[in-house]
Design a protein around this ligand. Structure first.
Ligand code: HEC
Length: 134
């Protein structure tokens, strides 16, 4: 009895935070639409952002510096050497399912690599690319 209650609680609280990559993308896309009417996320633009060398942080010019040229592959942190699970949804079903985690890492990585926060449209494009890349 007690165990099933806890299980139910766990499922309910987990359900509050889990979303699909499509839902998280949609959230950023509608945010972007407020300033860019008719905005549609573009996987091509997302890929360009992913591969662009900003060369702000020493030893890690681009997103690819840690997440590799192929986001379907396991990455490696450019400084610490720690393994990073693939960013591509096709290779890692946990990606872009937790809004708080997505925000936290966009925040940290965009500031570090691009030198400023990513915009809502950049985040939508990035997730579009990560959702499509095989
Ligand atoms: C210095 C290494 C490094 C670089 C460069 C880097 N990242 Fe990451 N990124 C990480 C780490 C570490 C994590 C968290 C560990 C994990 O989720 O596997 C992460 C996770 C993420 C996540 C979380 C996705 C999810 O739902 O789990 C996003 C989004 C992300 N990075 C975007 C970017 C973008 C955009 C760039 C380029 C502007 C970038 N990263 C460059 C190290 C890096």
């Amino acid at each position: 009895m007690k165990r099933s209650f806890l299980l139910a609680l766990f499922l309910v609280s987990g359900g509050l935070h889990a979303e699909t990559p499509g839902q998280i993308l949609q959230h950023y896309a509608s945010e972007a639409g407020k300033t860019q009417p008719g905005f549609t996320a573009s996987a091509q633009r997302g890929e360009r952002l992913y591969r662009q060398a900003f060369s702000i942080a020493e030893g890690m010019p681009a997103c690819t510096s840690c997440h590799t040229d192929a986001p379907t592959r396991t990455g490696q942190h450019a400084i610490t050497g720690k393994r990073i699970q693939p960013l591509a949804v096709a290779a890692n079903s946990e990606r872009f399912t937790e809004p708080a985690k997505v925000e936290k890492w966009f925040g940290r990585n965009c500031r570090e690599i691009i030198g400023r926060p990513c915009t809502a449209s950049e985040k939508a494009d990035f997730i579009a690319f990560m959702s499509e890349v095989r």
